[in-house]
Write a protein that binds this ligand. Sequence first.
Ligand SMILES: [Zn+2]
Length: 104
Amino acid sequence: MYCPKCSVEFAEGVTTCSDCDIDLKPEPPPGPEAEFVYWVIALAHRDFGRIGLAESILQANGIDFVTQGATTRLAELNEPMRVCVRPEDEDRAKEALTELPSDE
Ligand SMILES: [Zn+2]
């Protein structure tokens, strides 16, 4: 049994997802690969403020994004944080991010 929302598989006999509180389905939800979207990097930067600004611009433009590194502290590994978007949104995102003040 699978949760149609979070895709977690449960043992036989379980009927409700304990996380989502919804009924399980016998089949996994269509396109579980959706969890493994190939994101493209729209912006990589070490400055958290700039990343935040980029996030609000993308949000204002209705562009789906994920930020990598804000929680895993890529900065400590000397890696920039990354704001990633879906490939089909890449051009739109980069266009929108031209609103960012120019880099130092
Ligand atoms: Zn669930």
